[in-house]
Design a binder for this molecule. Structure first.
Ligand code: TRP
Length: 335
């Protein structure tokens, strides 16, 4: 056996800047996975162009995300990190799988419905067939698990259906992957609206903290963070009655490792005026090394290039093994 470890694969669209929410909720935990799994992570640039992108910004964010993942602890020696458009086998498999994905199935995808409602002037074919490319992204690597957020579960379900359909026509070809929705990881909410998730595509820049943000901006945003307008104004864990304070406590706890009781005691009698800047400082301290390391990596273009080239080479090798099998099964003449 070439590889005894179970395989995990995930893609991230370089369509927005990474936030504190993505770090605390997800990326922070990824580094440790490499001990147990053979992990592939790619920047889904081909998916990003289903919505119009500024070319320079797309290129910048693709490299920035790569640098940030490495700075957040994804070791390129232990993980395969690559850019989707560098592995043409994925797109070729995407075409084949398009022909095994039904119009009706694609019409039911909630992300398509949402995105086409938001981009009425550009409801293109790519936006519609995106899940078939995503199925190819996944199935090319024969992974056991696909870590995704709730919003992507439907696409992974579709992937399983397409794989089963193909297997039932042509015999065992694809491993059927499981969605993997990690239980660990905080759900960080917007600083300006604690009822909605902190998101890289939030229109209000004061709601999100970005990984590359400067200390003074972080401090300013936390000072302005929405707390709750109850009269007691004390730091107490009560997510139902005090969602804003609960969100800040969650962030502070994730940054410092302190449990909620300790935080309540620390700010007993001090109120929000002392608490909010303290959370800002803790976040700024947490993000500073990540920002500095990302900046250093971004300046080292040769290094980043060596990482994504090696990643693409390894990914291509794996994806081609699957594609070759698929081409043969559907009846293409071998080159
Ligand atoms: N569709 C995912 C998103 O929008 C990104 C993605 C593309 C992906 N291909 C993937 C995720 C394959 C997991 C596996 O977030």
């Amino acid at each position: 056996m070439e590889n005894e470890k179970k395989v995990m694969l995930s893609g991230i669209q370089p369509s927005g800047d990474l936030t504190l929410g993505s770090y605390l909720g997800a990326i922070k935990h990824w580094g440790a996975r490499a001990e147990e799994f053979d992990c592939y992570y790619f920047m889904a640039d081909m998916h990003s162009i289903t919505v119009r992108q500024d070319p320079a910004a797309l290129r910048r964010r693709t490299l920035e995300q790569l640098a940030q993942y490495i700075a957040c602890g994804l070791d390129p020696e232990k993980n395969t990190l690559f850019i989707q458009s560098h592995v043409p086998e994925q797109a070729c498999l995407g075409w084949v799988l398009n022909c095994y994905t039904m119009f009706g199935e694609l019409s039911r995808m909630t992300q398509f419905k949402d995105k086409s409602a938001k981009n009425k002037e550009n409801i293109n074919g790519g936006l519609f067939t995106y899940p078939a490319l995503m199925a190819a992204d996944i199935l090319a690597y024969q992974p056991d698990f696909v870590p995704v957020g709730e919003d992507q579960k439907q696409h992974v379900e579709l992937t399983r259906n397409v794989a089963q359909r193909f297997n039932s026509i042509y015999g065992e070809t694809f491993k059927i992957p499981e969605p993997y929705i990690p239980k660990v990881g905080a759900r960080i909410m917007s600083l300006s609206d604690p009822t909605s998730k902190m998101s890289k595509s939030d229109k209000d820049p004061n709601g999100s903290i970005y990984l590359m943000e400067r200390r003074e901006d972080i401090l300013r945003k936390f000072k302005r963070a929405v707390t709750d307008c109850d009269t007691e104004r004390c730091v107490r864990w009560d997510p139902a009655a005090k969602p804003g304070v609960a969100n800040l406590m969650q962030i502070y706890s994730a940054c410092t490792g302190k449990p909620y009781e300790d935080i309540e005691r620390e700010f007993d009698g001090l109120g929000y005026g002392a608490f909010k800047p303290a959370v800002g400082e803790a976040v700024a301290d947490l993000l500073q090394p990540i920002r500095e390391e990302s900046g250093r990596l971004l300046a080292d273009k040769a290094y980043l290039e060596s990482v994504y080239r090696a990643g693409a080479e390894k990914a291509s090798h794996t994806a081609w093994k699957t594609l070759r099998k698929v081409y043969k099964k559907v009846g293409f003449v071998a080159r």
